[in-house]
Design a protein around this ligand. Structure first.
Ligand code: SF4
Ligand code: SF4
Length: 137
């Protein structure tokens, strides 16, 4: 779901990951959250790549753009995608792996991020299907 207009971390690529074509809602496509886009083939990619909407063209998750994010956050392996929306750091969890974010190493990092965000007036929100959780530092 990408186009090389944004600076990405050298050595990182979306590969077969299609989480951002699945987990977020996308108004331009009338796509609800946690529903695979009608143009997407899971683990392969977009069948409408040349005609994909602007939202898709401009989006990269934080793992693709932030070199500070450790390898373990690669969406294809973590089953989570992370991105910034203003003061909010958003974590979308694949509902097929609803508890993955509670794992010790992920939760410790989420709490650290929450502390760092709070110091800057921000916050960290985890979405798992219809569940919404604000992470306490
Ligand atoms: S249009 Fe393509 S890039 Fe955009 S969400 Fe659908 S499959 Fe993904
Ligand atoms: S979630 Fe991140 S790594 Fe996965 S396809 Fe989207 S931008 Fe690429």
């Amino acid at each position: 779901m990408t186009e090389p207009a944004t600076i990405t971390v050298p050595g990182r690529a979306c590969g077969g990951c299609t989480l951002c074509c699945d987990l977020p809602d996308i108004d331009e496509l009338d796509k609800p959250a946690n529903t695979l886009c009608r143009h997407c083939v899971r683990d392969q990619g977009c069948l409408a790549y040349e005609a994909r909407p602007r939202t898709c063209r401009s989006f990269y998750c934080s793992w693709m753009t932030d070199p500070q994010m450790a390898a373990e956050w690669e969406p294809a392996h973590s089953h989570m995608m992370v991105y910034r929306q203003g003061q909010q750091l958003t974590v979308l969890v694949d509902p097929r792996r609803p508890d993955v974010w509670r794992g010790e190493r992920y939760l410790a990092t989420l709490k650290r991020w929450a502390g760092e965000a709070e110091a800057m007036g921000g916050y960290v929100i985890v979405f798992v299907g219809d569940e919404v959780m604000k992470i306490a530092p």
